[in-house]
Design a protein around this ligand. Sequence first.
Ligand code: ATP
Ligand code: MG
Length: 454
Amino acid sequence: MIRKLLRRVFNHRAAPLSAPTEPARIPVSQHGIQRGQVSAGAVKVCATLQDRGHQAYIVGGAIRDLLIGHLPKDYDVATSATPEEVRALFRRSRIIGRRFKIVHVLNGLETIEVSTFRAAQNAETDQHGRVLADNSYGSQAEDAIRRDFTVNALYYDPLTETIVDYHHGVADLQQKTLRVIGEPRARYREDPVRMLRAVRLAAKLGLIIDPAARAPIRDMAILLENVPTARLFDETLKLLMSGNAVRCISQLREEGLHHGLLPLLDIILDQPIAERFIWLALENTDSRVRADKSVSPGFLFAALLWPELSRTWKERQAAGEASHPALFDAMDEVLAAQAQRLAITRRVAGDIKELWGLQSRFDKRTGRAPYRLIEHPKFRASWDFLLLRAQAGGIPEDLPDWWHRFAHAGQSEREELLRAASANGVKAPARKRRRSRRKSAEPKTAVPELVPAP
Ligand code: ATP
Ligand code: MG
């Protein structure tokens, strides 16, 4: 089945990309982006490069975003200067990457990514046609061809305030269309991540993926399996933290692309409570991003994988493992399954485990344990997580409420809350342990129910 799919995907040969004729040069009177609206750092980089006789433009997402009234996240500059020439012109700069060399130029707190115009030819590829290295430099027209979507191939010269548009990107943006430059199948084969980018950008910008670009995605999704896991992790993170995660994931499911992303998402989304939990987590993330609040990758992945963890944890307990070791073994099992497809970095994995591990401590509402928990540096994040679980219907709604009150109460109110919790039959493992120790110290005849039948 997989082989058949691969054959179908690879039997389509790439249509050669033809160099476009003269680009459109759109003046500020038509597009409206003035120099003052773009980052001062990016303007400075372009001005310095142009001053030395190089071509230099602001390119990509920033111009696209400004045209539709979004605030750009970061700025990319494309230039005719080589990475070494760029490096020599800016004191606070460094060359990064070897297979795809670019220069990071620092300006105050801002980092401007400067890349040299690239030519599509001579790129090194793997056996599936995926481009592995691409350091052959070319003209601006060649650089425009190798960009992914027409709306991403817009070059803005901040000195003349002109947009150079080779592939009708401005018109596509006006018509709310996301169109691949060249033949979509060939472009996805070169870099399967473009399929994910199509979905993410369409969701973020409210664009419709052009039918020709959309049609092959379902068949070609399988190619994502050849993409290095670290790159998939980065793309997934971008997608999930874009502020449009709900829209992105819905669209990914429609396109059949979620398989390549989070392998367990399918299974998870089939269970009603789990599905509710995941959508709530994504909605929660989206509203935090939109309100400019911090979102940690650890929290997000902990949430997405929670239903799976919770299932594995229960299974292990049902098989006779004690709750605590079962939880920690389940964590390792779930993260190991993900690692095969998604290289969750070690630091993020550490954050995930910490959040998960803290969840079991919310059950202990007796003795000193609650005092220790509210002092924990990750109490706030783990409480947010608890709230999410309650909203999804996985645990009683009054549990997060109790902890919120406990964390903000004075001493006497805290004691009152602890009394109320134990009167409500709260699980108290510490006390139970003590009682069972006492019981075992007593003559066995006093506790006949604990004595195994002879
Ligand atoms: P955003 O910054 O909102 O995520 P972006 O389009 O700026 O979107 P970047 O990853 O910053 O995305 O890429 C900058 C530009 O580089 C893009 O606009 C596009 O022109 C080009 N680009 C990025 N990734 C690819 C790719 N996989 N294939 C071809 N061109 C790409
Ligand atoms: Mg960008």
